[in-house]
Design a protein around this ligand. Structure first.
Ligand SMILES: Nc1ncnc2c1ncn2[C@@H]1O[C@H](COP(=O)(O)OP(=O)(O)OP(=O)(O)O)[C@@H](O)[C@H]1O
Ligand code: SF4
Ligand SMILES: [Mg+2]
Length: 354
């Protein structure tokens, strides 16, 4: 029997749908007159996590820490430098041809700028129809086998689901506001009922007033469709609303991961504490000391040895400059008392391992 529990309003089942194991992505840097390889950018290094059915993992960190690269690696859009991505236990990089395309249809991505990701020369109806055509090709059905009336009805239902009317079908993306365009992007992503949704900063380009409408829509759809999601954002305040689990990234590595409530109530990693201290507190009486990090983020071409955060950490010790701290659940549990064996509170910091 599948064990399930209720988190917020969504049902989470105890099955890892998405398994990311030791994922590493390095981009080569070429230079000089012969464009020789001169080094690599350590965009993502040794990242592991599982996301269970119905769960949303929020992925946060500053610009350039590797969030988009990780999202694109999960989608199979970049070859990996190391590690693996499994969907239902199937390694997505082990399959080829139609099998690969079919597997990838089960994972869809929502982008920060819906305008860039929507083909401006096509109407919304044509954009949304495209996926059905691809799907039919993959399942060896004739392209015309879903007759156009029933497909049209499906598209109308899809538009209604994301809060748009039938009239939207005949219009072009530029005729919509930013929020409406993101609704179209969401409709396209869910059109074939994917199991996993990778959302890359889906509300960062929108006005604050529109952000919560889109976040609410995404929450409703996730709940109704039982979607498993990875929600990428540089803003801890945004991911809080949608995430069950949160992973904090710094310079290509996850430095802390736990259920969302523990990240906000008992942050452990000095970097997470600094990020949290920058979120405005709604109560003006409540005091929170802002932690200003010294220095800049080092270049991902030459990440610091040991703990990548050591050049900016106020608690830095000798060991931090030499040994890479591991994302260690057992050691951290002793300190936090938060999380459990199913969902441990993990932190990669020597403060919690000595
Ligand atoms: N295609 C690429 N080729 C070379 N380097 C890349 C490529 N894509 C990303 N990078 C580099 O990898 C690092 C991580 O970039 P990435 O876009 O994944 O970060 P991010 O966390 O999504 O940042 P942002 O919040 O600004 O979107 C950066 O140093 C970036 O310059
Ligand atoms: S390992 Fe050391 S440098 Fe890194 S966050 Fe912990 S205390 Fe700071
Ligand atoms: Mg990005």
């Amino acid at each position: 029997m599948v064990q399930g529990y209720i988190k917020g309003e969504s049902a989470i089942e105890d099955i890892p749908i998405l398994q990311v194991t030791r994922l590493t992505k390095h981009f080569p840097v070429h230079g000089g007159i012969f464009l020789r390889k001169q080094g690599v950018i350590h965009a993502v290094d040794d990242v592991s996590f599982d996301v269970r059915k119905g769960q949303t993992l929020g992925l946060v960190g500053e610009s350039g820490c590797g969030k988009t690269t990780l999202g694109r690696c999960i989608m199979g859009l970049y070859p990996l430098s190391g590690g693996s991505v499994k969907l239902h236990g199937q390694n997505i990089n082990d399959v080829t041809g139609k099998e690969m395309k079919a597997l990838r249809l089960k994972m869809q991505m929502i982008f920060q700028d819906p305008f860039e990701s929507l083909n401006s020369r096509h109407t919304v109806g044509e954009i949304l129809e495209e996926k059905y055509i691809i799907h039919n090709r993959l399942s060896n059905k004739k392209i015309g086998s879903v007759n156009s009336t029933s497909r049209r009805q499906e598209i109308v239902r899809l538009l209604e689901r994301v809060g748009l009317s039938e009239q939207a079908m005949a219009k072009f993306p530029h005729e919509f506001s930013g929020g409406q365009r993101q609704r179209i992007g969401i409709a396209r992503a869910i059109s074939l009922e994917p199991e996993v949704l990778i959302c890359d900063e889906p509300v960062s380009a929108l006005d604050v007033s529109v952000q919560s409408q889109i976040l609410n829509l995404m929450l409703t759809l996730q709940k109704d469709m039982g979607l498993t999601s990875v929600f990428i954002s540089h803003d801890l305040a945004v991911v809080r609303h949608v995430s069950d689990l949160i992973a904090v990234m710094y310079l290509g590595k996850i430095v802390e991961m736990a259920e969302a409530e523990y990240i906000y109530s008992r942050p452990m990693h000095p970097y997470t504490k600094a990020l949290l201290s920058a979120i405005p507190v709604p109560d003006p009486q409540a005091k929170r000391e802002r932690i200003i990090l010294k220095g800049e983020i080092p270049s991902p071409r030459n990440p610091p040895d040991g703990c990548r955060f050591h050049t900016r950490c106020e608690y830095v010790m000798d060991i931090c400059r030499q040994e890479v701290p591991l994302l260690n659940s057992e050691e951290s549990l002793k300190y936090t008392g938060t999380g459990d064996s199913n969902s441990p509170h993990m932190v990669a910091c020597h403060l919690y391992s000595i």
